[in-house]
Design a protein around this ligand. Structure first.
Ligand code: ATP
Length: 239
C-alpha cells in the first residue's frame, strides 16, 4: 500500500499547502483524489512521487510510506525504482522526439523489458503504434496525453499517479482515457487519479478523497461520494 500520513508540505520554506493530510492507496485499486483548483492535489502527488523538490516544496511533517516504509526522503528516481511513477499534468513529453523515442526514454530504468513494454503500450494505445515515427509535438492533445501515460508505463510501475489526465480533452477522448485507466488497472497497476472531472473519476474508482484548502474533508467509497449531496452539487454540478 502507498500512503500519506498526517502530511504537511510547504513551498519556499513558508507556504503551508498541505495541512496534515492522510490518504491510502491499497494495491490493485483505483483511488480518486478530487478538489477545487489550488486545493493541493498536485502537491500531494508530487510528495508521493518525489517531485516536490523540483518545485521548491518540502515535507515538513508526516510521511509517505510504501508498504509501511517511509519513502518521502528518497527523491523521484529512487521512488520510481520502487515502482511509484507520476504522469504530470500538462503532459511534459519531449516534443522534438518521436513517439517511440519518448517511450524509450520512459524505459530507462528497465532496459531489458523495453520490447515487452513497448508492445504492451502499443496494444493499449494503437494510435501511438500508428504514429510511432512521428515527432511528438505534432500529436493532438489527446494523443500527447496517451503518450505521457504510455511513457510512464514503460518502466512498469506498480503505482501510477495520474494528474488530471482528462484536462482539456474532448468527451470522446476522455472516454478513451478512462477505458485505458480501467484496462491498466485490470492488468495489475494500482492507480491514484487526480481529476477535475469528478464524474469520470468516481465512475471508475473504488474509493475517493476530497481535498479542500490543503485539508482532507472527505474520505469515502466512491459510490457514497456519488450519493453525497455536497459532492453532487460542488463537484458534479448536479445540485
Ligand atoms: P490545480 O488543479 O490548479 O493544479 P491543485 O489542487 O493541484 O490545483 P496545487 O497545484 O497542489 O493544487 O497547489 C496548491 C497550492 O500550492 C496553491 O495555492 C498553489 O498556488 C501553491 N503552489 C503550487 N506549486 C507551487 C510552487 N512550486 N511554489 C509555490 N507555491 C505553489
Amino acid at each position: 500500500m502507498l500512503a500519506a500520513k498526517n502530511l504537511e508540505v510547504v513551498y519556499d520554506d513558508v507556504m503551508l499547502v498541505l495541512r496534515g493530510v492522510s490518504l491510502e492507496v491499497p494495491r490493485g485499486r483505483i483511488v480518486a483524489l478530487l478538489g477545487a483548483n489550488g486545493a493541493g492535489k498536485s502537491t500531494l502527488l508530487r510528495a508521493m512521487s518525489g517531485l516536490l523538490d523540483v518545485h521548491d516544496g518540502e515535507v515538513r511533517r508526516g510521511e509517505i510510506t510504501l508498504d509501511g516504509v517511509p519513502i518521502h526522503h528518497l527523491g523521484a528516481s529512487r521512488i520510481a525504482a520502487r515502482g511509484v511513477k507520476q504522469v504530470m499534468e500538462g503532459r511534459r513529453i519531449f516534443v522534438d522526439l518521436t513517439v517511440e523515442e519518448n517511450l524509450r526514454v520512459g524505459a530507462h530504468a528497465r532496459p531489458r523489458t523495453v520490447k515487452v513494454n513497448l508492445d504492451r503500450t502499443y496494444q493499449l494505445f494503437p494510435v501511438l503504434a500508428d504514429r510511432r515515427k512521428k515527432v511528438a509535438g505534432y500529436l493532438s492533445g489527446g494523443e500527447q496525453q496517451m503518450l505521457a501515460i504510455g511513457r510512464a508505463l514503460m518502466s512498469d510501475p506498480e503505482y501510477l499517479l495520474l494528474d488530471e489526465p482528462s484536462l482539456g480533452l474532448a468527451p470522446l477522448i476522455v472516454q478513451q482515457i478512462r477505458d485505458v485507466i480501467v484496462e491498466i488497472n485490470a492488468a495489475g497497476t494500482t492507480v491514484l487519479l487526480v481529476e477535475q472531472n469528478a464524474a469520470m473519476a468516481l465512475a471508475i474508482a473504488e474509493h475517493g478523497y476530497v481535498l479542500e484548502n490543503g485539508a482532507m474533508v472527505m474520505d469515502k467509497p466512491a459510490a457514497d461520494l456519488l450519493a453525497d449531496g455536497d459532492v453532487r452539487e460542488f463537484y458534479l454540478g448536479l445540485g
